[in-house]
Design a protein around this ligand. Structure first.
Ligand code: PLP
Length: 450
């Protein structure tokens, strides 16, 4: 049971009295009070140290309290903390140049926001203005943020409470080989059928009226779903055929998470717009944005772009982005992430899958993986039902508790554990974390049939 409120620290007490937390029913909340962090660890007010296997919300890519990032923020604070977005300033200009340099193709111009949802709102606005069309297609298994348009674009259950949402959105099924919506038996079949389904969706929604397809190149919080080779290329071809803008939502997977600057790079696909946030500066100061193609940028050469934010291009956030991109380059973090995925995480998870009947599927790329838990490997019945809560969710709660007992902070979504530590994690610590998960899975195995 939670200790009585009187025994709590001032931070815990004031939190309970005055802070409304995201996505939570407050009666049951007892949040950890985090008082510090370093590298791949953070600690709470009791002094307990946690191995951060979720990078908070999959954003602390270069690890906690990186000295160069802190120094850059301090240095910028000494010079210019804030400025209106109609001015130029060195931090914002340099961040935009560096982002354009690592972005694929002719995506050369950046509109800065405070985070991912605003990036989605603005990318959709740009696509609509550029094409003169309104409709937007998005995937059922997706999350794009919690503002009006972004939550409507979202496919996963977080959208339900905000429905009916904004007009003009339609949804489709993307590839998910383990739970194929297309009864496919191979990755190749899944790819072909998912593309045929998308082509049909475009046909019945009216391709000439569709402004954009928004998709996460590797789907993040809705499953860590890596598309089969050929899928993103196929989506690009469909967009080209119908004059639809392809918006790649790289908020979670951009900036190294999948072992590439952007996840689309793995398939050499160039979207028309990329949304980013999180990893751009590892979340040290809120920042997001949209990177647009030259053609879309040209749309706003002679007509005004009808959107803005007081903090667009905030100097502290942009100075953090400049430093963070420098760290990715100087420390070879993106190559490290790719190698860690291929050489350490993938084989370790394959071995874990063999040992545990509750592990139905393992999948991922770079330092971004999921273990999908089932009651029965034959039927693939999930360990907990879709969108489970309360008692229905007990098996996952118990599994998460077993991870926490060993000092690992897990990222649990539905019937999955997502594995997303900071990209700087060394091989030894990665193996230690995976060993904790291996042991904790015994808790999940107990719920398996047979
Ligand atoms: N898009 C994706 C793919 C995300 O994962 C998220 C957040 O997790 C968002 C958009 C929304 O970003 P924010 O929470 O910064 O608004």
């Amino acid at each position: 049971a939670a200790p009585p409120v009187a025994a709590k620290s001032a931070a815990a007490r004031d939190d309970r009295l005055h802070v409304l937390h995201s996505w939570s029913a407050h009666g049951a909340l007892d949040p950890l009070v985090v008082t510090g962090a370093s590298g791949v660890h953070f600690h709470d007010e009791s002094g307990r140290r946690w191995l951060d296997f979720s990078s908070q919300l999959v954003n602390v890519n270069v690890g906690h309290q990186h000295p160069k990032l802190i120094a850059a923020i301090k240095a910028q604070a000494e010079v210019l903390c804030t400025v209106a977005p109609y001015h130029a300033n060195p931090a914002t200009s340099e961040a935009a140049r560096l982002i354009a340099e690592v972005a694929p193709g002719d995506l050369n111009r950046v509109f800065f926001t405070n985070g991912g949802a605003e990036a989605i709102e603005n990318a959709i606005r740009m696509a609509r203005l550029h094409t003169g069309r309104h409709k937007v297609l998005t995937a059922y298994r997706s999350y794009h943020g919690a503002t009006a348009g972004a939550i409507t674009a979202t496919g996963d259950p977080r959208r339900w409470a905000s429905e009916p949402g904004a007009p003009g959105f339609a949804r489709f099924w993307g590839p998910y080989p383990y739970r194929s919506a297309f009864h496919a038996a191979t990755a190749h079949e899944e790819c072909e059928r998912a593309l045929a389904h998308l082509a049909d969706t475009i046909m019945v929604e009216g391709g000439q009226g569709i402004a954009a397809i928004v998709l996460e190149p590797v789907i993040g919080s809705s499953g860590v779903l890596v598309p089969p080779d050929g899928y993103l290329q196929g989506v690009r071809a469909l967009c080209d055929k119908h004059g639809i803008m392809l918006i790649a939502d790289e908020v979670m997977v951009g900036f190294g998470r999948c072992g590439e600057w952007f996840a689309v790079d793995r398939w050499k696909v160039v979207p028309d717009l990329i949304t980013f946030a999180k990893g751009v500066n590892s979340g040290y100061v809120p920042l997001g944005g949209v990177i647009m193609s030259d053609a879309i940028a040209a749309s706003f050469e002679s007509r005004a772009y009808p959107g803005g934010l007081t903090y667009s291009g905030h100097p502290l956030a942009c100075a953090a982005a400049v430093a963070c991109i420098g760290i990715y380059k100087d420390e070879g973090i993106i190559d490290h992430a790719r190698r860690l995925g291929d050489e350490v995480i993938d084989p370790a998870l394959q071995a874990i899958q063999k040992r545990h009947p509750s592990v139905g599927d393992v999948r991922g790329l770079g330092v971004f993986w999921a273990i999908e838990l089932v009651r029965d490997r034959n039927t693939r019945e999930p360990l907990v039902p879709f969108n489970a809560s309360g008692a229905d969710n007990a098996p996952m709660t118990m599994f998460a508790a077993a991870c926490k007992q060993q000092g690992l902070w897990p990222f649990v979504v539905g019937n999955r554990l997502h594995i997303a530590p900071p990209l700087i994690i060394d091989e030894q610590t990665m193996r230690e974390g995976l060993a904790i998960i291996d042991e904790a899975l015994a808790t999940a195995d107990r719920y398996c049939v047979g």
